[in-house]
Design a protein around this ligand. Structure first.
Ligand SMILES: C[S@@+](CC[C@H](N)C(=O)[O-])C[C@H]1O[C@@H](n2cnc3c(N)ncnc32)[C@H](O)[C@@H]1O
Length: 232
């Protein structure tokens, strides 16, 4: 059975035409993109690397990585965001190979084919995150790095990511996130280990509503990222 929730794919499809508008529902992704991109580049040195971006959506991260010299493949199961991502290449002049395929299916076709795999802000939208994580681990070559980001599950995350972002600050449309699908760092690291990955670093990403800035740091209580390495 396909590890995907049709209503999630539809939700991103319906909003896809606004993906590259920095003042749209995708503003938070635009705002965090330079931070996460810079971190990934510092960790792996993207130039010349073969990178897979899982759940790439409209291509914010994929294009950013391509602009830094990576050879990027972006996959998603929602058709419209991929269409927007392909169209945006005409504007930016970047090169990204976008495909509509699941991580699990690509792992069957191309095991160990990538130097680095990214899977950001996607795991909290799939029915079986552990299956996606294992597929990411199979897609990266032994010793390669995999990057995940998601939302922690605790009362503060509920307050900030659902009540704050969707209802008070209206940064995101209501219903963007389902609290029950948020993932604790302990769960993410356990699934990573089960998938043959060794967790290397967990980093928090915090939003300051006063300055309206995001920053990377130790506070993993709401948004966080995990870097893991595939075992040999
Ligand atoms: C919040 S967006 C994140 C986009 C991008 N990763 C980023 O951080 O800029 C989540 C994306 O995951 C995609 N997605 C949801 N379920 C998926 C699945 N099972 N396989 C692939 N992509 C999926 C959605 O279509 C959407 O484009």
């Amino acid at each position: 059975m396909l590890n995907a929730d049709p209503s999630e794919l539809q939700k991103f499809g319906d909003l896809a035409h606004r993906w590259w508008d920095p003042n749209s529902e995708f503003k938070p992704l635009h705002d965090i993109n330079p931070l996460r991109l810079g971190w990934i580049d510092r960790c792996v040195g993207l130039r010349g690397k073969r990178v897979l971006d899982v759940g790439c959506g409209g291509g914010l991260l994929s294009e950013g990585m391509a602009a830094l010299g990576a050879e990027v493949t972006g996959i998603d199961l929602s058709e419209k965001p991929l269409g927007v991502a392909r169209l945006h290449l005409l504007e930016s002049g970047q090169k990204v190979d976008y495909r509509q395929i699941s991580a699990e299916a690509l792992a069957e076709q191309m095991p160990g084919a990538f130097d680095t795999v990214t899977c950001l802000e996607m795991l909290e939208h799939v029915p079986n995150p552990s299956s996606t994580i294992t597929a990411c681990a199979r897609l990266v070559k032994p010793g390669g790095q995999v990057f995940f980001s998601t939302l922690n599950r605790n009362p503060k995350a509920y307050l900030f990511a659902v009540i704050g972002a969707e209802y008070l600050l209206k940064l995101l449309p209501k219903g963007t996130h389902d609290y029950a699908k948020f993932i604790k760092p302990s769960e993410l690291t356990r699934w990573a280990k089960m998938g043959n990955l060794e967790p290397q670093e967990i980093l928090g990403m915090s939003y300051n509503p006063l300055t309206r800035d995001y920053s990377l740091g130790r506070d993993t209580s709401v948004n966080y990222l995990l870097r893991a390495q595939r075992n040999a």
